[in-house]
Design a protein around this ligand. Structure first.
Ligand SMILES: *Cc1c(COP(=O)(O)O)cnc(C)c1O
Length: 494
């Protein structure tokens, strides 16, 4: 993707207005048909809308897909088996799935300016697994096959195959540490990636809490990874992907970026130039349901060089494609090519900035001192709380967040000392700086009124807490007022 500095012009047309009344009719009919078979499921679907509408959702990895995207998921495309790739399926009769997958891939390529896009991964983790095996195929398997004069692994004799299997297990990956915001799938032991690769991680500078590229370079020279991976779930800053690619090139690593969290900010042209991973990475993976605001799923983008290896994802590590979900990805990606989506992405980051400022003004400590993406990481240790206590107290007050480790977290990955807050979902509902200011005020009010409860051992407890009387009630009332001002799927009635 190195030659495409700027993504090609997106369609950038205005999106057609969604006919909400019609969507409501469709959902009412759907629920009545489903309810006749299993009423508990129809009820759960209705209840989920009520819950989503009534919660102040600050989970940085969640969002609200559009009604057209949601409506695309439930249909008979799901009934078709279509293992293989567009035009090369292991099953007959895949012409409509081919149309669906090709449309999703085309939108992804155009949106991100990628040479190649693979729309099959069922989730972000599946996208990563697809990418890891594609990199191993390209960097390890193919050279071994060439050396043996074999076309594929079936042609290797037993000895050569065993040698290749061992080589797969000898490869190294360098990724961001978990407590600096990295992801479990980036080579950590509890995940399959940590069993596939020898792993080392780079953290952040203890003073600035920012990625220290010279330190990444030093580690890369020392460790000589096959894969250098960038990307995060809880780092509130942008990454210089050009610099990371230089480091990868210097040590002969494949440079992979997992943009699961911030794909919407790339799609919306907020992250451009050195901050856009696509022109710099060999392989880019993402989810489609976080800031990208599509259906639950994954994507892999790659250079032409890696494309044939990525194409082997199914049935290498992926089950048969979920064609209904690929169809929904196509719809969401088409939406993401609009000017409206660019405006949305910019609003997500603007809101995160003003949210961070509002929190700081009220005495909050933020990891890195702020944000320039879609999330902030609130360090609650100064308030005498663990992340677990803060998360629970906020939830009691109707504010949905998740606890998260901070760099070198003294409370570990379970209790943690941080709370992660993201703006993508509430920005989709139309929240702006004023609403995030009120939200910041409510958060700091709840936390100021939360006290840890001493454990029976006499030590400060890490889970139990006490929330002062009346705080949950007043917070619920204020957030209900905010949420009423910005309804979710306005006009949709079930
Ligand atoms: C969320 C996330 C994933 C996993 O996505 P799933 O769809 O839940 O499998 C992978 N990588 C990163 C960086 C993420 O934030």
């Amino acid at each position: 993707m190195t030659n495409i500095a700027e993504a090609p012009n997106s369609t950038a047309d205005a999106l057609p207005e969604v006919d909400v009344a019609k969507a409501g009719e469709a959902y009412r009919a759907m629920l009545s048909v489903i309810g006749a078979v299993e009423p508990r499921i129809a009820d759960a679907i209705r209840a989920e809308l009520t819950d989503q509408r009534g919660s102040l959702k600050l989970i940085a990895s969640e969002n609200y897909a559009s009604l057209p995207t949601l409506l695309t998921m439930g249909n008979w495309l799901s009934d078709k088996y279509a293992e293989g790739t567009i035009g090369h399926r292991f099953y007959a009769g895949c012409q409509n799935v081919d149309t669906v997958e090709a449309t999703a891939a085309e939108h992804a390529r155009e949106l991100f300016g990628a040479e190649y896009a693979y729309a099959q991964p069922h989730s972000g983790i599946d996208a990563n697994l697809t990418a890891f095996w594609a990199i191993l195929a390209h960097r390890v398997e193919q050279p071994a096959l060439a050396e043996q004069g074999a076309k594929n692994v079936n042609e290797l004799d037993e000895g050569a195959w065993e040698a290749l299997r061992k080589q797969f297990g000898d490869q190294r990956m360098l990724g961001m540490s978990l407590d600096a915001g990295g992801h479990l799938t980036h080579g950590f032991r509890p995940n399959i990636s940590g069993k596939m690769f020898h792993q080392r991680s780079y953290g952040t500078n203890p003073q600035t809490q920012l990625v220290d590229y010279d330190e990444v370079a030093r580690l890369a020279r020392e460790f000589r990874p096959l894969v250098l991976i960038a990307g995060y779930s809880a780092y509130p800053r942008r990454i210089d992907f050009a610099r990371m690619r230089e480091i990868a090139d210097e040590v002969g690593a494949t440079f992979m970026v997992d943009m699961a969290h911030f794909a919407g900010l790339v799609a919306g042209k907020l992250f451009t130039g050195d901050e856009d991973p696509v022109p710099h990475a060999h392989v880019v993976t993402t989810t489609t349901h976080k800031s990208l605001r599509g259906p639950r799923g994954g994507l892999v983008l790659a250079t032409e060089e890696y494309a044939p290896s990525v194409d082997r994802g199914c049935p290498l590590v992926l089950g048969g494609p979920l064609s209904n979900m690929m169809a929904a990805k196509a719809v969401a990606l088409a939406e993401a090519r609009s000017q409206a989506f660019r405006d949305y992405a910019h609003a997500v980051a603007d809101n995160a900035q003003s949210f961070a400022e509002s929190l700081i003004r009220r005495g909050a400590t933020l990891v890195t001192g702020g944000t320039d993406n879609h999330l902030v990481l609130l360090d609650v240790s100064g308030l005498g709380l663990t992340g677990r206590q803060a998360e629970s107290a906020l939830l009691d007050a109707g504010i949905v967040t998740n606890r998260n480790a901070v760099p070198n977290d003294p409370n570990g990955a379970w209790y943690t000392s941080g709370v992660r807050l993201g703006t993508p979902a509430l920005t989709s509902r139309g929240f702006g700086a004023d609403e995030f200011d009120v939200t910041a005020e409510m958060i700091m009010d709840v936390l100021a009124n939360t006290t840890p409860v001493t454990a029976s051992t006499g030590k400060p407890g890490k889970a139990k807490y006490d929330l002062a009387d009346g705080v949950a009630e007043r917070t619920h009332a204020r957030s209900a007022e905010l949420l009423d001002r910005h309804p979710l799927y306005p006009g949709l009635e079930l």
